[in-house]
Design a protein around this ligand. Structure first.
Ligand code: GLP
Length: 251
């Protein structure tokens, strides 16, 4: 077992601990380069981080962000976009310099060129210092879906039906409106981050968390590749941790 695991009594405690961690990293390194996720899981974390930043406990004025993924064909101003999610829940509430917010443009005319542009932008920023991740119930990270082959770098992915269903809320609850494709950082893009924190809450994540932590490395569980990274902190609530083989430290 190579991953460092913390189990918290609830999602609120987990979000508070992650907020403290990020705020501390920002104080130590104001030019922090952060990789950021979307989804339901990080909402409590964003809410707390906004709160801490308003209380002058986290200064984003020199920080840089790169989001993990975006829906293909969905422009940054469209309500279902991950960009709008980030604006709503985080960016518009903090003092980040907007020129240092980086996002994949889902409406780019040439998606492949857009993926290359993104890789180059991450490299130009000096790489990701901390990548924050959620996990899909099928074991995906970013939008790297279970498959026979995984892509190393930022690429166009085809979304699985279950993943489209899980994202339907962003499109008025109508799964038919969820795009079939997305742009996502690749496995190497994520694994090259200097540090990684993955958070998972709720019983529906227990099986994929167990596969990620205790299972073999397999492209069928993309998150299992995190076992190769030397600095990964997996933050769980009790429900998400309940299928783990061993007991892990509380938080
Ligand atoms: C989405 C995102 C992932 C996210 C995952 C889990 O599809 N692309 O980055 O981690 O699904 O989402 P949730 O936190 O809502 O379970």
């Amino acid at each position: 077992m190579t991953l460092h695991i913390s189990v918290f009594s609830g999602a609120g405690q987990l979000a508070a601990a992650l907020t403290d961690d990020v705020a501390q990293r920002l104080r130590r390194a104001p030019t922090l380069v952060l990789g950021l996720p979307t989804g339901r899981t990080p909402l409590g974390f964003y809410r707390r981080l906004v709160h801490v930043s308003r209380a002058a406990g986290a200064d984003f004025s020199h920080a840089t962000t790169f989001n993990l993924d975006e829906f293909l064909g969905v422009g940054p101003g469209e309500p279902g976009s991950y960009r709008q999610y980030m604006e709503r829940h985080f960016f518009r509430h903090i003092n980040i310099d907007r020129r240092r917010i980086h996002f994949l443009d889902g409406a780019a005319a040439d998606p492949r060129a857009e993926c290359e542009r993104y890789e180059a932008a991450i490299a130009a920023a000096g790489g990701l210092d901390l990548q924050v991740l959620g996990i899909g119930a099928n074991g995906h990270i970013g939008f790297n879906e279970p498959a026979e082959r995984l892509a190393a770098r930022t690429h166009v992915v085809r979304l699985r039906p279950g993943t489209r269903q899980a994202n339907a809320a962003l499109f008025g609850g109508d799964v038919a409106r969820v795009p079939r494709h997305a742009l996502s950082m690749g496995m190497a893009t994520i694994l090259h981050a200097r540090s990684i924190v993955l958070m998972a809450t709720g019983g529906e994540k227990a099986a994929c968390v167990s596969a990620m932590v205790d299972g073999p490395l397999t492209t069928r569980t993309p998150a299992s590749f995190l076992q190769l990274h030397p600095d990964v902190h997996v933050m769980l609530d009790q429900a998400a941790a309940r299928k783990l083989r061993t007991d892990h430290a509380g938080g």
